[in-house]
Design a protein around this ligand. Structure first.
Ligand code: ZN
Ligand code: ZN
Ligand code: ZN
Length: 277
């Protein structure tokens, strides 16, 4: 399984255009891996997780086309994870010379409510709608996908993390996650999830613990719990991502701190492969 990180920032991105905090100022001066666009991750070049507002900039910068993407998983309806205008770009009128495969879109109720309210048409966008709730499973071609309730966007209640499995690997995509509720740990244990990789949010890394996002300590706690239930082992690839300028640090410093916990710090354009060939 191959992952390509199109963006690795939280809601405002780094640098936020309306912020002069030290992280944003550092990113403006030093650029490179300190710049973080809003998060989307491409799996094996044809399954996209989240469709945020920076899809255009990410793809333009990385030289990536999404023409072959025929599956989209949306974690939740926060605007950094689902921007309906980017789904509308698939309409025929915006790509007269291009034929696209139908795109199966798996998302929770609040995402569909936003899509419908924005005037989006499934037919025009060439999508097949698959509503999902936390605690369900869906087969997407070669991918078995299971959804788990995240401790996130609790006012709405349908934010999800996904365990995504194909014939080569099993991945937990946990952004945005918060610290899981006890019933989620039991569910993961019952499912006997064994992970080749975990993508875990580090949104408020340098800040005190939060209710709906992970700081450094809670990131470590999540990993420890995943180890306890056998989901994470020494061979699991651990990737930290989704950093907020308000809980972040320069890339080099973050990368060191994530490394101490046995993980790698993602950056925009980061590619990683794991599992069997
Ligand atoms: Zn987010
Ligand atoms: Zn800032
Ligand atoms: Zn969110």
């Amino acid at each position: 399984m191959k992952l390509t990180f199109l963006g690795t920032g939280a809601a405002e991105g780094i640098p936020s255009p309306f912020c002069d905090c030290s992280t944003c100022e550092h990113a403006r001066v030093h650029g490179g891996r300190n710049i973080r666009k809003r998060q989307s991750v491409l799996i094996n070049d044809h399954l996209l997780v989240d469709l945020g507002p920076d899809i255009f900039a990410s793809c333009a910068q990385l030289g990536i086309s999404l023409c072959q993407v025929d599956r989209l998983l949306v974690t939740h309806s926060h605007s950094d994870h689902f921007d309906p205008s980017n789904l509308m770009l698939r309409a025929k009128t915006f790509r007269l010379e291009t034929e696209l495969p139908e795109m199966t879109v798996v998302a929770g109720p609040s995402v569909w409510t936003i899509w419908d309210a924005s005037g989006g048409s499934d037919q025009q966008a060439g999508i097949k709608r698959v509503p999902i709730l936390p605690g369900r499973a869906v087969q997407l071609g070669a991918y078995s996908v299971r959804s788990f309730a995240a401790t996130h966007h609790s006012r709405i209640g349908d934010a999800m993390n996904y365990v995504i499995q194909d014939e080569t690997a099993t991945l937990l995509y946990a952004s945005d996650s918060g610290v899981y509720a006890e019933e989620i740990w039991r569910e993961l244990e019952v499912q006997r999830v064994e992970l080749d990789a975990v993508v875990l949010e580090g949104t408020i890394w340098t800040r005190p613990p939060g209710k709906e996002h992970l700081n450094e300590g809670d990131f470590q706690l999540m990993l420890e719990r995943l180890r306890e239930i056998g989901a994470v082992t020494d061979s699991t690839v651990v990737i930290a991502t989704h950093f907020s300028h308000q809980g972040s640090a320069p890339y080099e410093e973050l990368a060191q701190r994530v490394k101490k916990l046995g993980g790698v710090c993602a950056y925009d354009g980061f590619e990683v492969s794991f599992g069997r060939e």
